[in-house]
Design a protein around this ligand. Structure first.
Ligand SMILES: [Zn+2]
Length: 417
């Protein structure tokens, strides 16, 4: 058993995997070295065509489902069994990098090629998938392909979403599907034996700990809020401070108190006020209205409840005479990945002599949704200084290959089950 897995890892070709990243990064390349390949755009279509070209050259079957999720299949010896899936996404942020998403798809494809090169059969089929619109930058919400795949989002309800240029998602999807008319079609969703997604960490922990592999134990939970503070506009020169209802000062006081609430010596709490709008935003008028957002995340559901449930009360306590409305806008519990897969990732890394650690994911991934229908895990590799969603995003060819070797072992193992 260990022998066949180790053989799978031995087929990974670091130079080939790197060249695939270089080729993929040309599609939507930015002049600053980054990538702008938004979902269902011409660049996304070009990336899909490229992957299909590589797959067909190796004799792998390709198929697409109604939301554009693209599957590349290496058939197993028992092709009727539910397949083992691996993959990620090919779309990027507008100021994205070369590795976020693309790595998971290309590492998955590299495993298929490695198995093919080694003529190593697997019992179950293994499929590398590119999920549609993970980033959610052109069309909201993100992780649309994986969420629709598991039935968490309904495709008809998404079709009328428009991008900033007014293009309907339904039309962009139609154009994407029409660009590869010969591709086999599949229904949305099917039985999956297991799912393993490789991804750059998008954080600084692996690099800081000098580890090459992160065995991802889960994805932290999120609670998001919108806060509206209503005070009273007044003349800045004439209105005494005592009788003002200054929405900006109230909001500052709330955010200060929330900072104190979220204080955490272990630095595990993630608390962000990312949008802040003042009205009327005039130098000589006491601000009458403020809108701000709260993005609060933590791996522990108890902490998410305890601190998240305090947010509204803290805002009210610091309202300074203003009216305040706190509206929850998003609530996602933490996800725990399948123990077997987390252990398989750590075990494979150990056998391959790769420094590894368990790690929690701070960001969402398609794996968050697939975990609802199948045993799921993720493999992280380091990215330089943890920088991601940025043209400067970078990763080492040797680390990318190391992650693919671990992925090869884990997929080969899961495909025998
Ligand atoms: Zn990603």
């Amino acid at each position: 058993m260990v022998t066949s897995q180790a053989r799978a890892a031995a087929g990974i070709d670091e130079a080939r995997l790197w060249q695939r990243h270089v080729a993929m990064a040309r599609l939507g390349a930015r002049s600053d070295g980054g990538v702008n390949r938004q979902a269902l755009s011409d660049e996304d279509i070009a990336a899909r065509r490229t992957l299909i070209g590589w797959a067909e050259a190796r004799g792998f079957a390709c198929a697409v489902d109604p939301i554009g999720n693209l599957f590349v299949r290496r058939a197993g010896t028992e092709p009727g069994l539910p397949p083992v899936l691996t993959g990620s996404h090919l779309d990027s942020q507008p100021t994205g990098g070369k590795f976020d998403g693309a790595y998971g798809v290309l590492a998955g494809f590299e495993v298929l090629e490695a198995l093919e090169d080694l003529k190593l059969p697997t019992r179950r089929s293994i499929e590398a998938v590119a999920w549609t619109n993970e980033e959610g930058s052109r069309f909201q919400p993100g992780a649309m392909g994986s969420a629709a795949f598991v039935g968490r989002m309904q495709l008809p309800a998404l079709l009328d979403h428009v991008d900033r240029a007014g293009v309907r998602l339904g039309d962009a999807l139609q154009a994407t599907l029409a660009a590869t008319p010969d591709l086999a079609r599949r229904g949305l969703g099917f039985d999956v034996a297991a799912y393993v997604e490789a991804h750059i960490e998008q954080g600084p922990l692996l690099e800081a700990e000098r580890k090459v592999i992160g065995a991802v134990t889960g994805i932290q939970g999120s609670r998001w809020f919108a806060v509206e503070v209503k005070g009273e506009e007044a003349h800045a020169g004439t209105t005494p401070l005592k009788i003002r209802k200054d929405a900006l000062k109230a909001a500052m006081s709330m955010i200060g108190a929330l900072e104190t609430l979220m204080q955490d010596d272990s630095d595990t709490v993630r608390f962000t006020v990312g949008r802040f709008e003042v009205s009327p935003n005039s130098p000589n008028t006491v601000p009458g209205q403020v809108f701000f957002t709260i993005d609060f995340r933590h791996p522990d559901p108890a902490v998410l409840s305890r601190l998240g449930d305090r947010i509204e009360a803290v805002c009210r306590e610091h309202a300074r005479g203003c009216a305040v409305t706190v509206t929850p806008t998003f609530d996602a519990p933490p996800i725990q990945f399948a123990r077997d897969i987390v252990q398989a990732v750590g075990g494979a890394a150990a056998r391959l002599g790769l420094p590894h650690m368990d790690i929690f994911s701070g960001a969402f991934h398609d794996a968050k949704f697939i975990a609802e229908i199948a045993p799921t895990g993720m493999i992280f590799v380091p990215c330089e200084r943890g920088i991601s969603h940025n043209p400067a995003e970078n990763a080492k060819p040797s680390d990318l290959a190391a992650g693919a070797r671990v992925l090869a072992e884990v997929l080969a193992e899961l495909a025998e089950k």
